[in-house]
Design a protein around this ligand. Structure first.
Ligand code: SF4
Length: 397
């Protein structure tokens, strides 16, 4: 394979549409790799950056990053795919994407109210790997692995562990089959798209065979950190299991690269309903310019913004958390300036297992003589004719 010279005049003979930025990165750090290897998701997984010795070859590490990497013990692993590493700024530790995957010493600080399992998922674990909190839906933890580990991960106590999944799956599937009230299964993890296509096919087939399961939703960060996993073969398989929803974990508009968009388009073309979930992160995506760019881009590429999460108080997350009032101010500005189609629900997943609670400005501010008094995103007051409820007129009252 021939690589470009530094001014980019000679593309590798087999570049297969690789982005020129990625070609430059490869030439520097993986001079022997072919474009076909680079585009192979298994090659990407095998070559993840996972330890201090490797990471310092790619990045000029800050003292905080170095200290965190030296201290690593049994906590959340570190892993960055070469593809995602190519998106990070090698020289600036404050780079938004870099902060999401490289640990810093703040991770070891335990702030008030933080917990290892802040959502108390363990309480609603009905069998190993299955969480049943709301009557009509369950969370199926199908995998423990992720392509890259987000430093703010709510399930950092679980992901990155080596555990056998087969027995667990059987117990979870038996539980779902025995509970006719379950209509929706959120397959999460870890990342379910890291399962082999054969295993994921088997799991989806088993879920689809349960008559009362109406909807399967896959939660995944793969299109952002390992888009080459979204192969034509994978998508053709997913297409067989409609209706299928994929909830894409996306953090920043810089993640919407040519490769990531190709993956999203493939999924959308196959009829997979795409929605997004984003964690609001201090200094990463908590400003209007960044968040509005992200949300508008998602809609343009057929991903409906769904949830904007207040960061869960997982251990060592204080440096990521945005004050809620600041989050509300951001959401108000978004509501003023963006189409409703681009607005996600801003939620706090209530610590202790209360579920998602929508937070935002108070829009119903009172009643006046048969009118409901409303406040819009700009603070202006409006009146809507709305007679008071007469006792006994509402269903179930
Ligand atoms: S992809 Fe999801 S499960 Fe995996 S580390 Fe990130 S937040 Fe956690």
């Amino acid at each position: 394979m021939r690589w470009l010279d530094e001014c980019g005049t000679m593309l590798p003979a087999d570049n297969q549409g690789m982005d020129p930025e990625r070609i430059r990165f490869c030439r520097r750090f993986f001079p022997e790799v072919t474009a076909a290897q680079w585009s192979d998701w298994r090659w990407q997984l095998r070559h993840r950056l996972q330890d201090l010795g490797t990471l310092e070859r790619f990045f000029c590490l800050s003292a905080g990053e170095r200290a965190a990497l030296e201290q690593r013990g049994s906590g959340l692993p570190v892993a960055v795919t070469p593809y995602y590493a190519a998106l990070l700024d090698p020289d600036h530790p404050g780079d938004p994407l870099r902060r999401t995957v490289l640990p810093v010493a703040d991770e070891w600080v335990r702030a008030v109210g933080e917990a290892e399992d802040p959502l108390d998922e363990a309480r609603d674990r009905v069998v190993n790997g299955l969480i049943h909190r709301h009557p009509d839906r369950v969370v199926f933890l199908a995998s423990h692995s992720c392509a890259a580990y987000c430093r703010y991960c709510t399930r950092s106590r679980l992901v990155g562990q080596k555990q056998k999944l087969n027995d667990r799956w059987e117990q979870a599937l038996a539980y779902i089959a025995a509970h006719g009230e379950i209509r929706e299964v959120l397959v999460s993890g870890g990342d379910p798209l890291l399962l082999s296509t054969a295993r994921l096919t088997a799991l989806l087939s088993r879920l689809r065979a349960i008559p009362h399961v109406e909807l399967v939703r896959l939660g995944s960060r793969i299109p952002m950190v390992l888009p080459m996993r979204v192969t034509k073969r994978l998508v053709a398989m997913l297409q067989r299991f409609q209706p299928l929803v994929m909830s894409i974990h996306v953090t920043h508009p810089a993640e919407l690269t040519t490769e990531a968009l190709r993956a999203l388009h493939r999924l959308a073309d196959a009829g997979v309903m795409l929605v997004s979930q984003t964690v609001l992160l201090a200094g990463i995506n908590d400003d209007f310019a960044t968040m509005s760019r992200l949300l508008r881009s998602l809609v343009r590429h057929r991903v409906r913004p769904y949830y904007l999460y207040q960061c869960d108080p997982i251990w060592g997350s204080a440096h990521f958390r945005v004050p809620v009032e600041q989050g509300i101010a951001l959401v108000e500005q978004l509501a003023r300036e963006l189409s409703g189609l681009a607005l996600p629900r801003y939620v706090i997943d209530a610590p202790g297992g209360g579920g998602k609670i929508t937070i935002g400005p108070v829009t119903m501010v009172g009643r006046e003589a048969g009118f409901l008094v409303l406040k819009d995103a700009s603070g202006r007051i409006w009146r809507y004719p709305d007679p008071p409820v007469v006792s006994g007129t509402l269903a179930g009252v």
